[in-house]
Design a protein around this ligand. Structure first.
Ligand SMILES: NC(=O)c1ccc[n+]([C@@H]2O[C@H](COP(=O)([O-])OP(=O)(O)OC[C@H]3O[C@@H](n4cnc5c(N)ncnc54)[C@H](OP(=O)(O)O)[C@@H]3O)[C@@H](O)[C@H]2O)c1
Length: 220
């Protein structure tokens, strides 16, 4: 059994994930309310987040090279990052230091460069190697459940990874905070899942600032 997967995005009315100001309080408030044991992100999302929110000139400190000790009563989720190409080499300590996460686990594939795996090993980042060219998400999620006791994952990432989760039938729930704006052309749009996906509305809650939280179950 792979863990339950909830896709969670803040979107414009025309389902863009970029090109408007996301209400971060609402976004992370709703995300944490799902009480996930893990939060999943793709390498592009992770790198963009580091570049936007962190000072990337800050060097890695000696303490950053060691896996933090996790207390059993720590309810924070772990961060799980898909990165088969080693895009985050030299940057993962920014994730390790984020206050909303207690540990960082990296998903890689057979094609992942050895030097990136050495970077992970030297710094005690646990990783799951599953898949040939890209990460086999079904297998990696199953292993995440088995090795790390994860039963619920929120995917806090962009369209590329989220559409793979939908296409491969791994997404159970889609949670959207719809912002009152049309982002327009040229912005990254969330849905390009290939075929038709039937949904069942579970929740529609108006929030402050004109946003609405919609939660859909994916019908199988
Ligand atoms: N508004 C919101 O709620 C929200 C939330 C998150 C992000 N964003 C925005 O979204 C943008 C990034 O979105 P994105 O779609 O470009 O990036 P992304 O969601 O990070 O997707 C890229 C990831 O998908 C993986 N991937 C792609 N195809 C795959 C496959 N077939 N099998 C397995 N893994 C696969 C890639 O793996 P590899 O490791 O193999 O490359 C990579 O790790 C940023 O601008 C960010 O700010 C918005």
């Amino acid at each position: 059994m792979h863990p339950e997967v909830i896709i969670h995005n803040s979107v414009s009315l025309d389902h863009a994930v970029t090109g408007f100001e996301v209400d971060l309080g609402q976004h992370y408030g709703a995300l944490l309310a799902f009480e996930p044991e893990a939060v999943l992100a793709g390498s592009t999302t992770a790198k963009t987040g580091i570049e936007i929110f962190m000072d990337i000139t800050l060097p890695e400190a000696e303490a950053d090279r060691h896996r933090p000790e996790v207390r059993p009563d720590d309810r924070r989720p772990i961060s799980v990052i898909v990165d088969s190409r080693g895009i985050l080499k030299g940057l993962l300590h920014f994730y390790r230091n984020m206050e909303h996460t207690k540990d960082v686990v990296v998903l890689v594939a057979e094609t992942t460069p050895e030097e990136y795996l050495d970077y992970l090993r030297e710094r005690e980042y646990p990783f799951i190697r599953c898949g040939g060219n890209r990460v086999d998400l079904r297998g990696a999620l199953r292993e995440l459940g088995e090795r790390f006791g994860v039963s619920r994952v929120v995917s806090d990432t962009g369209p590329e990874l989220n559409n793979v989760l939908i296409r491969e039938g791994l997404a159970d729930t889609i949670s959207l905070i719809v912002h009152p704006v049309i982002a327009g052309e040229g912005e990254k749009k969330l849905f390009d899942s290939g075929g038709r996906v039937a949904l069942e509305l579970q929740k529609a809650v108006p929030l402050e600032q004109g946003t609405v939280h919609l939660v859909y179950a994916v019908k199988r």
